[in-house]
Ligand binder design. Structure first.
Ligand code: HEC
Length: 114
C-alpha cells in the first residue's frame, strides 16, 4: 500500500513542520522554577520563600548538591506525586542553572564608603 505510506509520511512531515520551535528545547529553567518550585516556595509559604535571589551562587550550589534530595524526600506535589519523581534530573539541571544565573551577588552586600 504505497499510497497510504506516502500519505502518512506527508502527514507526519506536516505535523513536524508546524510544531512550535520552543518544543525542541522544552520549557526554560525559569518556567520550570515557576511551575515546580514556586508552588511550595512562594511568598508566605510555610516551607519558606525561595526565589533565585534568596541565596548566593555558592549556597545554591551547596543546596542542589547536598540538601535538595534530603529536604524534599517526603515532599509531594499537589497531585500527590513525590517532588523527587515529578522533577526529573533534566528539569532539575535547568532549574539549577536558572537559580545560579540569577542568584544574589553576595550574602552581605558591600556598601560604599565606611
Ligand atoms: C511540594 C512542596 C515543595 C516543592 C515542590 C519544592 N519544595 Fe523546596 N522545600 C519544601 C519543604 C517541605 C522544605 C523543607 C522546609 C524545612 O526544612 O522546614 C523545602 C526546603 C527548601 C529549601 C531550603 C533548604 C535548606 O537549606 O533548609 C530550598 C532552598 C528549597 N526548598 C528550594 C526548592 C527548589 C529550588 C524547588 C524546585 C526544584 C523546590 N524547593 C521544590 C517543599 C517543597
Amino acid at each position: 500500500m504505497p499510497r497510504t505510506t506516502t500519505t502518512l509520511a506527508i502527514a507526519t512531515l506536516a505535523a513536524l513542520a508546524t510544531a512550535p520551535a520552543a518544543f525542541a528545547g522544552g520549557p526554560s529553567g525559569q518556567d520550570l522554577y515557576k511551575a515546580n518550585c514556586k508552588t511550595c516556595h512562594a511568598a508566605g509559604s510555610p516551607h519558606g520563600e525561595y526565589t533565585p535571589m534568596t541565596l548566593i551562587q555558592d549556597q545554591w550550589e551547596r543546596f542542589f548538591k547536598e540538601k535538595y534530595a534530603a529536604k524534599h524526600a517526603t515532599a509531594t506535589m499537589p497531585d500527590g506525586t513525590k517532588v523527587l519523581d515529578a522533577i526529573t534530573p533534566e528539569m532539575l539541571e535547568k532549574i539549577k542553572k536558572f537559580s545560579i544565573d540569577h542568584a544574589a551577588d553576595s550574602e552581605q552586600p558591600m556598601t560604599c564608603g565606611k
